[in-house]
Structures are given as C-alpha cells and as structure tokens.
Design a protein around this ligand. Structure first.
Ligand SMILES: NC(=O)c1ccc[n+]([C@@H]2O[C@H](COP(=O)([O-])OP(=O)(O)OC[C@H]3O[C@@H](n4cnc5c(N)ncnc54)[C@H](OP(=O)(O)O)[C@@H]3O)[C@@H](O)[C@H]2O)c1
Length: 251
C-alpha cells in the first residue's frame, strides 16, 4: 500500500498521465522520482513540492545515462518500490505505410528500448529487496488491431512482455501490471503530429478520459493488498468503444 515508505519512479512525468501519476502518489505521501526530457516542466513540477519529489531530466533512450542516474539515486530515493513505465509516444500517421521508417524507429526506441533500459536499471533492486510494483503503459491500440501498426505493435509488446515477466517473477513479491488506456486528454496527439500542445484545442474533448483518471486507476492497483496482483487493466471513456470488422470491397 502506497505510503511514506514508497519511492515511486515515473517516466514521462512532464505531461499527461505521467504527471498525473506524480501528483497522485505525492498526494498519498510517497516519495517520487519524476523523469522526462523537458527540464523546465520538471522545474515547474518541483516548485509545487518539497524534497519528497526528485526530478531528473533524462532521455530514456540513453541507456548508459539511464543506468548511471537510476543506479546513483540519493539514499532518500534509492529503494524504489513502484516503477510507472509511462513515457511513450506515437509519431506521424498512425497508418504505418503513410508514416516513415524514422518515425517507426523513434516509437520503438522510446516505447520499447527506453522502457527496457529503465526496467533494466530498477528491477534488480526490487528483486533484491523482494518488494516492488512495475507498471507498463500499453494502450487499447495494442489490444485491438485498429490500424496503428507500429504504435500498437509497441504497446502489444509491452502488454505481452509484462504478462510473461509476471510468470518469470513467480516466487517473488514483485507485482507487474499492464495498463491499457483508451482515449485520454494529453499531449499525445500534439506530439504525434509534431505540433505545439497549444495548437491543439485546450482540454481535449469531453469524451476523453482525464489523465488523472488513468493515474487513479494505477494508484488503485497499487493500493490493493501487497499480495494481490492486477495483471492488466483496460479502461476507456464511456463514449469510446470497439470498431467493426471490415471486408475489402464493401462499403
Ligand atoms: N493519451 C492517450 O490517449 C493514451 C492512450 C493509451 C496509452 N497512452 C500511453 O500513455 C503514456 C503517456 O502518454 P500521454 O498520453 O500522457 O502523452 P504525453 O502527454 O505526450 O506524455 C508523454 C510523456 O512521455 C515523455 N517522453 C517521451 N519520450 C521520452 C523520452 N525519450 N525520454 C523520457 N521521456 C519521454 C514526455 O516527456 P518529454 O517530452 O519531456 O521527454 C511526456 O512526459 C504513453 O506511453 C502513451 O503511449 C496514452
């Protein structure tokens, strides 16, 4: 159960779901390590909290820096108990063939290689201490083949890997949860289109979930008794549902 003995590492803490996770765990009294590339956003976040919040401006694709920073955490934040592997992005057209190899590579390097680098740095300590909860942010795009072949593919990888990792960790007290949200009002779309967030209508649309909703779901999974593992959760705004099967040549 999250309390003042918890140290929560959140990647992608500079906006959206990750930032909301920081607020949620800090509100519960946990210590938090907030990671993202945009230092000015991290400074703004740090202004609102005391030294329970540690911020690290870090590109998770830089594996050697990830290892150095996370293995060199100060004693106050070194015994990490919760890892929210949230940093991720979509780039370009969601349609693979209308996008570019460079965009495919950026998604794979961030959503997969970056996430793995962070996990590589923190999971061994959790195993040694026999305490930990690792979250992986997938997406409904990784659960239903709605067309986002590369982005959805990275998210399907994370979902499958997290379930297999659960199996590999059997016998330890480490919990692993895949979180697969639907449409959430964040900067994801602006990043995908390569435009500034202020060029996207403020507040998203009322049909989307708020990032705080997803953060609350993550927090609730962690709040369950330590011997309960939520394997995966899938959540959507009530105004979102599944698409239909398609048959070529029909309309
Ligand atoms: N919004 C949705 O509808 C939705 C639905 C399902 C799943 N998700 C997933 O939820 C997660 C959070 O996304 P979001 O919707 O909250 O989008 P967001 O507002 O764009 O946040 C993404 C975060 O990831 C960070 N990030 C990206 N590349 C990074 C890198 N190389 N190193 C470190 N941090 C990096 C960004 O920070 P910097 O740019 O400062 O580095 C930012 O803090 C993602 O994995 C996304 O795929 C979102």
């Amino acid at each position: 159960v999250a309390d003042d003995s918890d140290v929560v590492v959140v990647t992608g803490a500079t906006s959206g779901i990750g930032e909301a996770c920081c607020h949620r765990f800090l509100a519960a009294g946990s210590r938090v390590v907030a990671i993202g590339r945009r230092a000015e956003r991290l400074h703004a976040l740090a202004d609102d909290y005391d030294d329970r919040l540690l911020t690290i401006a870090l590109d998770i694709r830089d594996r050697s820096r990830v290892a150095a920073e996370l293995k060199g955490l100060p004693a106050s934040h070194a015994a990490v108990t919760v890892l929210v592997n949230n940093a991720g992005l979509a780039r370009g057209s969601l349609n693979m063939l209308e996008s570019s190899y460079e965009h495919w590579a950026e998604m794979i390097e961030t959503n997969l290689n970056g996430t793995l680098a962070v996990t590589e740095a923190l999971l061994p300590g959790m195993i040694t201490r026999n305490r930990g909860h690792v979250f992986f942010l997938g997406s409904v795009a990784g659960r239903y083949p709605e067309g986002a072949a590369i982005y959805g593919g990275t998210k399907a990888f994370l979902h499958h890997m997290s379930q297999a990792l659960r199996r590999e960790l059997l016998g330890t007290l480490i919990r692993v949860t895949a979180v697969n949200p639907g449409s959430t009002s964040t900067e994801l779309r602006a990043v995908r289109l390569g435009i500034s967030p202020d060029q996207v209508p403020a507040g998203g649309t009322p049909t989307m979930m708020d990032p705080a909703d997803v953060a609350e779901a993550i927090f609730m999974c962690n709040q369950l008794p330590a011997l309960v593992n939520v394997n995966h959760i899938e959540l959507m705004p009530v105004m979102q549902a599944f698409g239909e099967f398609v048959l070529a040549g029909t309309s």
